[in-house]
Design a protein around this ligand. Structure first.
Ligand SMILES: CC(C)(COP(=O)(O)OP(=O)(O)OC[C@H]1O[C@@H](n2cnc3c(N)ncnc32)[C@H](O)[C@@H]1OP(=O)(O)O)[C@@H](O)C(=O)NCCC(=O)NCCS
Length: 145
């Protein structure tokens, strides 16, 4: 288990740009998501988090607040640093951040082979599988309707 420093960073700050570069590395180069789908208008207004280990941005995710729920997305950890609890620590910090702002209802679209990761954090899959970025996904949420 590695203990990263988790920071909320303003869009297009140096640390956030490092997170955008990491997202490109993971989603575009590794997972072959079309480049035009990776960055979107939400990046201007989302709440971005980074995980830092040994001075390097090794993880990122973003929160998008919507009236019905807050969406967690673009969860990524640099390949070399996976399996050390970094995404779990980052998710817990983001969930805590949302709760502190009264955003108890959290939603995400999970790649279908990542359901177990999110289930360990209290999310439950619902609805049919759907394609996104060329990969099968399921909707998940941490609340009952
Ligand atoms: C998915 C991802 C973010 C996980 O990051 P990570 O830092 O390796 O995850 P952690 O080490 O914090 O794992 C926490 C727990 O989830 C489990 N887990 C991690 N990845 C998993 C996966 N792909 N499938 C099932 N369980 C997984 C771990 O075994 C660990 O379980 P434990 O608490 O019982 O030990 C990382 O693999 C990644 O960036 N993948 C590429 C991008 C991606 O797919 N993002 C998610 C899109 S929905």
């Amino acid at each position: 288990m590695t203990t990263p420093v988790i920071l909320q960073v303003p869009p297009f700050s140096a640390l956030c740009n490092a997170a955008f570069a990491l997202r490109r590395e993971v989603f575009v180069w590794e997972q072959k998501v079309p480049e035009e789908d990776e960055h979107d208008a939400h990046d201007l207004t989302a709440t971005h988090f980074v995980a830092i280990v040994e001075g390097e941005v090794v993880g990122t995710l973003r929160l998008i607040a919507r009236p019905e729920h807050t969406k967690i997305g673009r969860v990524a950890v640099r390949q070399h640093w996976r399996g050390h609890g970094i995404a779990r620590t980052m998710m817990r910090a983001a969930i805590e951040h949302a709760r502190a702002r009264g955003q108890e209802r959290l939603y995400l679209a999970a790649q279908s082979d990542k359901l177990a990761f999110y289930e360990k954090l209290g999310f439950v899959a619902y609805g049919d599988e759907f394609p996104d970025g060329g990969m099968p996904h399921r909707a998940m949420r941490n609340y009952d309707l």
